[in-house]
Design a protein around this ligand. Sequence first.
Ligand SMILES: *[C@@H]1O[C@H](CO)[C@@H](O)[C@H](O)[C@H]1NC(C)=O
Length: 230
Amino acid sequence: MKCAFIVLLCIVFGTAMAVDDKCDCQRGKRGKPGRNGQDGTPGQNGAPGQKGEPGQKGDPGRNGAPGQSGPQGQEGEPGPHCVKPSSCPIGFVFNSTLKSCYYFMYNADGSWFEGDWFCARQNSHLVSIESEEEQLYLYMRLTLDSQQRKRFWTSGNKFNGQWRWDSGSCSQSNLFSYTNWYPGDPGEPVRKSRPEEICMAVALYKGLDWHRVPCHERRNFICELNLQAL
Ligand SMILES: *[C@@H]1O[C@H](CO)[C@@H](O)[C@H](O)[C@H]1NC(C)=O
C-alpha cells in the first residue's frame, strides 16, 4: 500500500518530485545524468546602435592657384636729378644772384659719401663752386658765421684723372673750370698726390682754399640746390 501510494504520487507529479528513492520499488533505477548538451548556435545579431554625434570640423582646403597678372602701372615721375624745383627745401638759404639754395652743415661731419648722402636726402648735392662769385659768396657766408679753421666737403671729386663737380645735374659737362686750389694742391710736383685723395674740400683760413682729401676723412659739408641749372 505504502509503495503503491508512492507510485501514484510519482505518476501524478512525475519525476520532478523529490521522491526519487521511494519510486525505486516500481520503476527501474534512475540512469546516470546524461552528458552535457552541445553549445547552442550563436544568437542573432543585435539591432543597430543609435546614430553617433556629428564628427569634428575638417582641415581647411588648399590654397587656390595664383591670380593673373594685373595691368601695367602708370609711368612714374621723373627722377630727382632732372626735376626742376621752384623753391628751396626747408633749412636752405637762397642766394638770388646765384639762383641757388645752400645748406650749411656746421654741427655735424662725415665722410664725403655721408655728406653726399645727407644732401641727396634733401633733394640736393654737395656744393659745386662753379664761379668766382659763388666762391666769394661761400667765403663771406662762412666768415659771417664764424666758421674759421673749419673744413667743408664740396661735390668735387676726381674721376678718370679729371676733377669734376658731382652735382648730379642733367648737363654732361661739369669739369672744373674756375678753381681756387691751395698752392701746390692738387698740382704736382709741389706735393705729389696720394691715390686716395680724390675728394675735394674747402678750408676757411685766410681765404677759402681748395684741398684734395681722402674721401673717408670727416668734414663738415655744404649742400646746394641750383634752381636754374637743372
Ligand atoms: C649772393 O651772392 C653774391 C655773389 O657772391 C653776393 O654778392 C651776394 O651778397 C649774395 N647774396 C646774399 C643774400 O648773401
